[in-house]
Design a protein around this ligand. Structure first.
Ligand code: KG4
Ligand code: ZN
Length: 339
């Protein structure tokens, strides 16, 4: 089985070909970072135009690299939400056109489901598993029961974790996207120098709140006449420590809830762009070891936005016996995983 995957929900134009037996035959990503950098964040109109420019050559190259023709495909899977509607329309319309002309089934993929199932593309992860999904736009804890079957255990009440990294990085003048730059800077910083609020810590349940940290950092920065490099590094390290402590605390509760609901299941998967953060992963690794859970995280290139995860979600849908989607499926800017 060979599935073509298309991802255009945010600022990466991505195309991949993945097989039913977990081979990634091609996985191309065009990052639009340079186009959005001057604005400090993703500009939807610029993103949609860049997707339009890049998507056709990327599809051609991804098929060539995988040695696959349209006729050899078993389906076309495209991210149909949630995300920026302009980009989603570009990817979905093109996927439908290919599906229609090549007479292949079309699968509308929820971007979050792509992130959620990636661990099964790169590892032998069986259902159910506990998932921490942390990206620039999403921050949720889910019990993944099966393909298309998700239970929401907790979510952020305000900013997503990646958004908190990005906003802190922006205040420190680190550019966009800030997560990777902040993690790098934090390595030379003192994580104990500043104390930011650990919102929700110690409370029951597993919801998050990160917006208070942003306010605290903003206030702190105003107290400095100028920020020296070491001050910046100390803020980065203190922020990262604070974020990791919050996630640790929330995940500890999540594990308790998950264990009660699914006795015997003991896999914790971390996915989404922030899963690239080594500091956070090591904190979660400690928690997992303490709780007798096995922590699993896909390779970094498959944690940040890509199309192999979308193609794989298509494979999973087919294997689960789910029907293709109609060519009238409308892209959805908002699309919770639990509906
Ligand atoms: O999943 P993703 O590529 O796109 C969304 O669906 O949002 O995630 C991007 C997010 C950005 O907020 C970025 O700053 C964050 O993931 N990120 C990181 C790291 N690498 C990427 N955050 C913290 N540490 C990192 N190393
Ligand atoms: Zn994503």
């Amino acid at each position: 089985m060979k599935i073509l995957g298309i991802e255009t929900s945010c600022d990466e134009t991505a195309v991949a070909v993945v097989t039913g037996d977990k081979k990634i035959l091609s996985n191309l990503v065009f990052s639009q970072i340079a186009e959005h950098q001057d604005y400090g964040g993703v500009v939807p109109e610029i993103a949609a135009r860049a997707h339009m420019e890049k998507i056709t050559p990327l599809i051609r190259n991804a098929l060539a690299e995988s040695g696959t023709s349209f006729t050899e495909l078993d389906g076309i899977a495209a991210t149909a939400g949630p995300g920026l509607i302009g980009g989603l329309i570009v990817g979905v319309m093109l996927a439908k056109s290919i599906a229609s002309s090549a007479k292949k089934p079309f699968y509308a993929i929820n971007h979050l489901e792509g992130h959620a199932l990636t661990a099964r593309l790169t590892g032998e992860i069986t259902f159910p598993f506990l998932l921490l999904l942390v990206s620039g736009g999403h921050c949720q804890i889910l019990a993944v029961e099966n393909v298309g079957k998700y239970k929401l255990l907790g979510k952020t009440q305000d900013d997503a974790l990646g958004e908190a990294f990005d906003k802190t990085a922006k205040m420190l003048g680190l550019g966009y996207p800030g997560g990777p730059a902040l993690e790098k800077l934090a390595k030379s910083g003192d994580k104990t120098r500043f104390h930011f609020p650990r919102a929700m810590k110690g409370r029951p349940g597993c919801d998050f709140s990160f917006s208070g940290i942003k306010t605290a950092i903003n206030r702190l920065i105003k107290d400095f006449a100028t920020l020296a490099e070491q001050d910046k590094a100390d803020i980065a390290a203190s922020f990262q420590q604070c974020a990791a402590e919050i996630v640790y605390d929330r995940m500890k509760n999540a594990i308790e809830i998950f264990r009660t609901a699914y006795p015997g299941a003991n896999r914790l998967v971390i996915a989404g762009g922030v899963a690239a953060n080594e500091y956070l992963k090591s904190a979660l690794g400690e928690l997992a070891a303490q709780e007798n859970f096995e922590l699993f995280s896909p390779p970094i290139a498959l944690c940040t936005d890509n199309a192999a995860m979308i193609a794989w979600a298509g494979v999973e849908k087919i294997k689960a016996g789910l029907l293709p989607d109609g060519l009238d499926f409308a892209p959805r800017a908002r699309w919770p995983l639990t509906t």
